[in-house]
Structure formats: C-alpha cells, structure tokens
Design a protein around this ligand. Sequence first.
Ligand code: GLY
Length: 376
Amino acid sequence: MKANGWAEEAWEKVHEKVLRTSGRIGARFPHASVDGTYVLEAPHWWTAGFWPGLLWLLYRDSDSRDERYKEIAEACEKQLDDVLTGYDRLDHDIGFMWTLTSVARFKLLGEEESRRRALLAASVLSGRFNVKGNYIRAWNPWSEGQRNEGWAIIDCMMNLPLLYWASETTGDPRFKHVATAHADTVLAHFVRTDGSVNHIVIFDPDTGEFEGVNGGQGFAPNSAWSRGTAWAIYGMALSYRYTGKAAYLDAAKRAAHFFLANLPEDAVPHWDFRLPPGIERYRDTSAGACAACGLLEIAAAVQGEEAGMYREAGERILRSLYENYGAWDNPAEEGLLLHGTSHYPERRNVDVPLIYGDYYFVEGLSRLRGNSDTFW
Ligand code: GLY
C-alpha cells in the first residue's frame, strides 16, 4: 500500500457509510450512537455543528461534490437560527456550532447570510467574557439556582477560532482580544506543568480571583481527562495559528507530549490518563481523533524533523482508529468510530460512537490527504 494508501481506503469507507446514514439522519442532529443508531438531539445541543461539518468536509474534498451533503448541511444551519435568538440556551459552545455550519459555508461558498450568522454568534460568544477574571463563561445554570457564572472550561479553546475568524473577516480586533485574553487565562490556570490540564476552573465572577478546580468530565480534579487534553492541544495550536504567540505553541506541544507519553500500545487513549485501579478504562476514540488533528496542526506550525515527528504521531493515531476502532464492516452501525466516551462520571454515552469523534476523524483524514484548510 502506498504511503497514506490506508487514508484513501478509509476515505472511501467513510463515504460508503455516510451515503447510507445521511439518508436516515438527514438534516437533524446526531450525538451518540446507541445500539447502532445515532440518537438525535435538539438543535441547541452543543454537538449540533459536527454532522453538518462532517458533510461539508466530504462535499469539499470529493470530486463529485455531492449536492445532497450540501443541502443537508445548509438545512441544519438554517435550523440553528432559532437557537441564535434563544438567549437562555446559548453557552460558550456557540463556537463549535457556528464554526462548522456558518463559517464553513461562508469559507466554501462565500454566502453572506452565513457570514452574518457567524458574526452574530461571535458577538454572543464575546458577550460571555468576564473582564475581571479574563475568561469566557462556560455554561448557563444546568439546574434551578445553580451559580456557575465563574466557571470556565478547557473545551472553550476550540470555540476561540470563531472569534479569531470574526476579527479577520471584519478587520475589528475586539473579538481577537477576547480570545487571547481567555487563552492567556488558560495558560495561567488550566495547563499544568506536566502538560495535563484542568477541565473546569472556577473564578469569583465579581473579583475575577481564582477559586479552585473541578474534575468535570474527568475522573477527579487532579486526574487527566483525555478529551480535555485534546481540546488543549488543538485549541492552543489554533490560537498560535491566528496570533503567532509562541506561548500558545509551547502549551500545545506540552499538552501533546503529555498525551503521547500516556497513550496505550495501540495509540488510542483511555478516557482519563490518571485512573486509580478498579475504575473502568474505557477508550475515548473522540479524544484520539481530536488530538490527532491538533498534532497535524502543530506539524504545520513547525519545520523539518520536528514537523515530521508531530505528523507521524497524528497519523499513527488516525491509522489505529481506522484499523482497530472503525465500524466499517458493520452496516447496522451508523457511527464511524466505536468506543467513544462522552461523560464517564455521569455514565452518559460511555463506550459508544460519538459524532465529534467521527467529525475529527474525517477532518484528520482530510488533512492527511492533503487539504490543510480547516473551518476553524
Ligand atoms: N465539550 C463537551 C465534551 O467534550 O464532552
């Protein structure tokens, strides 16, 4: 098989499966596949962008430019209009949602209505910035009376590209200022010296003072949630791409080295890298796929042998995902990658295909096949 021949083969398998699944899923919002079928979420759920984003990647990189993929992705984006005016439901995941729908469509087709939607989303995301603590507030209350105005989370690193893009497209640096202030807070309070990261950091929302950390989707406050590490790798690398600030690239590398040093033999991470004996060590393929994209982004930012090292590491993960975790031979399974773990502490969607794992896997393949443009 020629170099990357496996990636071509994987690309074909992805197409075969998505041709089938897109018929059932259509312009709706899959999240986790349970017993072979993707469970659908309401459009306001944070994962709403990944399915249309995946379809845009297949549309963009295929000679045939399948119009059905475009139609579905556009119909998904349109449904998000109601979400954009539903203020109470909007949280920091606006970045995931509108980058992979409106920014994607604008970058591919130059559609002005998509640019406007994405700018509105970027404005709402900027509005969540706390100027005292220099962080973007993560969520709204999950339950009646919950006070989480002071919570920031590592996942938000992947929401910052919407702000960088907004500054680029308008020429107005306000959005970028918010993004870099948040990223600097992540450097100061989330990325640990060994390259692992905190999931949730809590600040006093009035004074901005650091109050403590919370384990969130990781096993414990001092454990090392693997998807959180992946969000840090890729998010910091993207912040470097937009700003050229060396500290972001250094942080991306530090998180990457921690991630790589803690991978098991088959290069696909467990859901947390620091688990005590007796706790189930499920894999999280979504963390592997996202980290692989981050490693390829770092490779694009450095030169020579160093670039080769990061590229090889990203490819090793993607190839193992393809060869050991793909659902290619099971037409009854809608997910592309098996064994993702969404939220182990709450036992939600554990050891199942996840739409964001599928998305990052396809983005990683696209990069390996030579397309280094991203929607981020
Ligand atoms: N952003 C939520 C998660 O990673 O599960």
